[in-house]
Structures are given as structure tokens and as C-alpha cells.
Design a protein around this ligand. Structure first.
Ligand SMILES: *Cc1c(COP(=O)(O)O)cnc(C)c1O
Ligand code: SF4
Length: 447
């Protein structure tokens, strides 16, 4: 199958869009000036049920719509387009709006950048003791874009994070000096947009360096649903799977961290075949996704998804809370409701599906798990714990926040029982001061 991508410049040629009104098509054009938009022939022909558009979940996952911008932002871009403003003017307005959409939630780019001899190594993050994230330059795009994507500024015309091959050497050098790191997570974007050769150029040095701590390699990807031919019939699909096999034979655990948002993605026979091909290499497939309104905010959807994943030999891993960035106003689900959805789905799957954890928020102190809502001495509270923490000592200690029916992110929560701060906050401020002067996400993107 030949890959055909559609974006703002050519989406009107998608035959199925004949079903949309002219107004809906204009909205796609306007919203995609600000938020990233890319879709391809596989998604259009196999994952979207066009009889259900615009409510179809995969359509909402990939096609922008008017409500994804705040009304005043929509109006501003719409006015410029109507007035025939030039591209530069529209881009300037779009960039300003992007800066208002919290493009760098929780300082994910500047607070976790590791250093070698006092020099930051951009394109890597090291937040939790055991795991380093690596963002290869060529993997900072995807086969299609999710409308809720929290990495969206990387795609939205602000220039990519750049790496050259010496960055892989920096990764190897860093791992040599940090034997406490057991896992490398190669992520993006989607690193599997890269050729097998380019992925090999990242992975082979890790295998060959005989690193003291490295035991596991993970690859974060959405290719299983956005382009499953990556594992079946692309020119280098065999080469890619051979690389997977080589990682496993070298004695490392290889985990494909697959991103699935909806069970409809798993019903495609092509996707199922791709999962089977990966499993033949003895890599494991673990699954994760954010909970997002208009796409998967129902217990039945998650239950079906986890059941189907287990049937296909995948291991459900995380349900995330959508980050407070981009079109968050459109996609966010209140934490209280997120927990209800999780609980109702989780309590109705077999134990084999209960490997999943969530809902989890990747916040500054760590991954904050909403364990549940309860009452303590007449006060309604959220019970929380950290699944990962900047300090491993913080992990798995229950703590409490005042119940708030409408809170959608950790930053909106206050400690319960009249306390001033959560138990980790003093240490967080002392030991992990937000490093002024470090490059910001947007600076890095311009580098
Ligand atoms: C989620 C995450 C990891 C991986 O955590 P696991 O619980 O081991 O899956 C690593 N680094 C960062 C920054 C993360 O957000
Ligand atoms: S696959 Fe991941 S990185 Fe790519 S657009 Fe979707 S959420 Fe963003």
C-alpha cells in the first residue's frame, strides 16, 4: 500500500469529504492553521466509519473541527483568512495563539534535560531514575496527527527538535556514566516514521556498547494504527522486524509501547496482522492512551479496548489524563469522571486486562494516579499516589486532595484536611528548582 498523506493544502481532494458541508471544510482549514493536521489513506479508508461522521471517534481523532479552537481564536484566524491576509500574517497570529495554548505543559522540555559535563543534551529527558527518553530528530513527526496531541508544537510549523548522529553518541556516553538507567524509551512524535536504517542507527549502538545498566528498550509508537503497513509491506518492514529480533537476541527486552485510542482501531485486520508480526519477533506490545472527551470517554469503549488488546496478546499499560495543552478545553474530562470511567471499565475486564494503571497525570512531581474518591471523617477527598516520582521515595505513598468535581488537572487540586502543601512539595521546590535559563521547548524547537 502506498502512503498518501493529506494536510491543509490538499485535504479537499479526499473523496469521502464530499459528505461534509462547505462550512465544516472551512473549519478544518481555519483550525489547522493553529493545530496540527495530517491524515492518510489508511486511516481514511480503514478506520473511519464515514456513515458516522462527524461523530466517528477516529474522525474526531484526526480531523480538526471548529470547537477545537476557543471562539475568539477561531474568529481571529477566520477573519484573517476571509480578508485574504498573507501567509506570514496568518502564521504570526497562529504562533501567538499557540503560545496561549500552554505549548510546554509541566516544563517537560526544560526541567528534565540531562547533562554531560555540565552541558545540557537536548533531545533527551531523564526524569525518573531508571528510564531515559530519547527523541531522535527524524522521529519528530507521525503518520497522522491526533487532534489532542500534547507534543503538538513540534508539528505545528515550529521547527523540529534537531539531532545529529553525535547525539546518539551522547546517549551512549550518558548511559555509560549512569548505570542506574535500565530503560531507554525512544519516542517522538513516532520514531517508527523513520527508516529501518535510521532506527538501527539509534538502536545498534545501544546493543553494541555493552552498557552497564541497560536492560530494556522501549519504542513509543502510533504506527500500528496510523500506518500498520510499517510492519507488513513497506520496503523496509522486514528489515525493521529483523532489527526488533536482533534486540531481543542480544538479551535486551524490547517493548513496543503502542498508542491506541479506540477499539475501532483494533478491528482492522491489517492492524491485527501487524501486531502478530511484531509479537513474532518476541518483542512485547504494551498499550497506552489518554482519556479524551469526544473520542473515548466511556467505560464501554475502554473495556472493549482492553479486552481486545488482551485477546491480541498486548498488555494494557497506562490510561493517561489528557494534558492541559492545545485544545484541552474540548478534550478534557474532569478527574472525578475519569476515575469513574476507569473503574467501571477496569472492574469489568478479566485479571489479564488489569495490568493497566490509571487514570494517571504526568505532572511535575511524577505520574499522579487517581486512586479514587472517598470520604474521610466527613470530608470528600481524592485519594492519590505517585506511580513514578522524581524521587523514588515518593512513589506509592497515598495522599489526599480536596474533592473538586470539575478539576481536570493536578495543578487545580489542593491538599485535603486544611494542609498547605502535598508531602513532596517542599522537597520538589528545594531539590528540583525550576532551572531558570535552561532553553524552553520553543527555543529548542527553533535551534
Ligand atoms: C511515563 C514516563 C516514563 C516511563 O515511566 P514508566 O512508569 O516506567 O512507564 C519515563 N519518563 C518520563 C518523563 C515519563 O513521563
Ligand atoms: S501519535 Fe502521539 S505524538 Fe503523534 S500526533 Fe498522536 S499523540 Fe501526538
Amino acid at each position: 500500500m502506498r502512503y498518501r498523506a493529506y494536510s491543509r493544502s490538499n485535504f479537499r481532494s479526499i473523496p469521502q469529504l464530499a459528505r461534509l458541508t462547505e462550512e465544516q471544510k472551512n473549519d478544518i482549514e481555519i483550525v489547522s492553521q493553529v493545530l496540527p493536521f495530517k491524515v492518510n489513506n489508511f486511516v481514511i479508508e480503514n478506520l473511519i466509519n464515514w456513515d458516522d461522521v462527524p461523530d466517528d471517534p477516529i474522525f474526531s481523532l484526526t480531523f480538526p473541527r471548529r470547537e477545537m479552537l476557543l471562539p475568539h481564536h477561531y474568529d481571529e484566524i477566520s477573519r484573517l483568512v476571509r480578508q485574504g491576509a498573507d501567509r506570514k500574517q496568518i502564521r504570526q497570529a497562529a504562533n501567538r495563539i499557540r503560545m496561549e495554548l500552554n505549548p510546554n505543559p509541566d516544563g517537560q522540555m526544560e526541567y528534565n534535560v540531562p547533562e554531560l559535563d555540565g552541558q545540557p543534551i537536548p533531545g533527551m529527558q531523564h526524569k525518573y531514575e531508571q528510564t531515559v527518553l530519547f527523541f531522535p530528530s527524524r522521529g519528530q513527526t507521525c503518520h497522522a496527527y491526533c487532534t489532542f496531541c500534547f507534543r503538538w508544537p513540534q508539528f505545528a510549523g515550529m521547527r523540529e527538535l534537531r539531532f545529529t548522529s553525535h547525539r546518539v553518541e551522547a546517549l551512549v556516553e550518558y548511559l555509560t556514566r549512569h548505570p542506574e538507567v535500565n530503560d531507554v524509551l525512544i519516542t517522538g512524535g513516532d520514531p517508527l516514521v523513520m527508516s529501518a536504517g535510521k532506527i538501527g542507527a539509534v538502536i545498534e549502538p545501544l546493543i553494541n556498547a555493552d552498557l552497564p545498566g541497560l536492560r530494556r528498550i522501549r519504542i513509543g509508537t502510533k504506527s500500528l494504527t496510523y500506518w500498520p503497513y510499517r510492519f507488513l509491506s513497506d520496503d523496509d518492514s522486514s528489515e525493521l522486524l529483523e532489527l526488533f529480533g536482533r534486540v531481543v537476541r542480544s538479551g535486551l527486552h524490547l517493548a513496543v509501547m503502542a498508542h491506541f485510542n479506540h477499539p475501532n482501531e483494533l478491528s482492522s485486520p491489517v492492524v491485527r496482522k501487524a501486531i502478530a508480526r511484531i509479537r513474532q519477533t518476541k518483542a512485547t506490545v504494551r498499550t497506552q492512551a489518554p482519556l479524551v472527551r469526544h473520542i473515548n470517554d466511556s467505560p464501554a469503549v475502554w473495556r472493549r479496548m482492553w479486552n481486545e488488546q488482551v485477546n491480541l496478546g498486548c498488555i494494557p499499560y497506562y490510561m493517561f489524563v489528557a494534558r492541559d495543552t492545545g485544545a484541552h478545553h474540548y478534550f478534557s474530562v474532569p478527574l472525578a469522571r475519569a476515575w469513574k470511567i476507569f473503574r467501571e471499565a477496569y472492574s469489568n475486564v478479566s485479571g489479564l486486562g488489569r495490568t493497566v494503571r490509571g487514570p494517571s497525570m504526568s505532572a511535575d512531581p511524577g505520574k499522579v494516579h487517581i486512586v479514587g474518591v472517598t470520604e474521610v471523617k466527613g470530608e470528600k477527598v481524592f485519594v492519590l499516589r505517585l506511580l513514578q516520582g522524581r524521587n523514588p521515595e515518593w512513589v506509592d505513598r497515598p495522599f489526599f486532595a480536596e474533592y473538586d468535581e470539575w478539576a481536570t488537572w493536578f495543578s487545580e487540586l489542593r491538599p485535603a484536611f486544611g494542609r498547605e502543601r502535598f508531602f513532596f512539595e517542599d522537597e520538589l521546590e528545594r531539590e528540583y528548582p525550576h532551572r531558570a535559563g535552561m532553553p524552553t521547548f520553543v527555543d529548542l524547537a527553533k535551534e
